[in-house]
Write a protein that binds this ligand. Structure first.
Ligand code: FES
Length: 105
């Protein structure tokens, strides 16, 4: 896994960021950073344009909801989003992104 140093948005809330060609959704609230993929698996909406509610990321198009810790969609949706690990070290935030297995060889 490769850790990427990022600059946080100035304010709490949702934003998007592109890292290693992946468009990510940053959820920055109460000094905690969580990161997910930004494309909704239902019909492709940008999840960074949605909102958070009770630990769920809510899609702005059709209101599918995803657990921000696990990425799991609500029961009945049958979908999920990817989540990425974060860490705070020496005053900086990092996002961990694994290389696909075919890039390891
Ligand atoms: S595009 Fe996200 S719920 Fe439909």
């Amino acid at each position: 896994m490769k850790w990427h140093k990022i600059n946080l948005p100035a304010e709490y809330g949702l934003s998007s960021l592109k890292v290693e060609g992946k468009k990510l959704c940053l959820i920055y609230e109460e000094a905690k950073l969580q990161v997910t993929s930004s494309k909704c698996p239902h019909a492709g909406a940008d999840l960074s344009q949605g909102w958070c509610e009770n630990g769920k990321l809510v899609c702005p198009y059709h209101r599918h909801q995803f657990d921000v810790e696990t990425g799991k969609g609500d029961p009945g949706q049958g979908n999920y989003i990817r989540t990425y690990p974060t860490k705070f070290k020496n005053g900086n935030w990092y996002i961990g992104i694994s290389s696909p297995w075919w890039k390891m060889f």
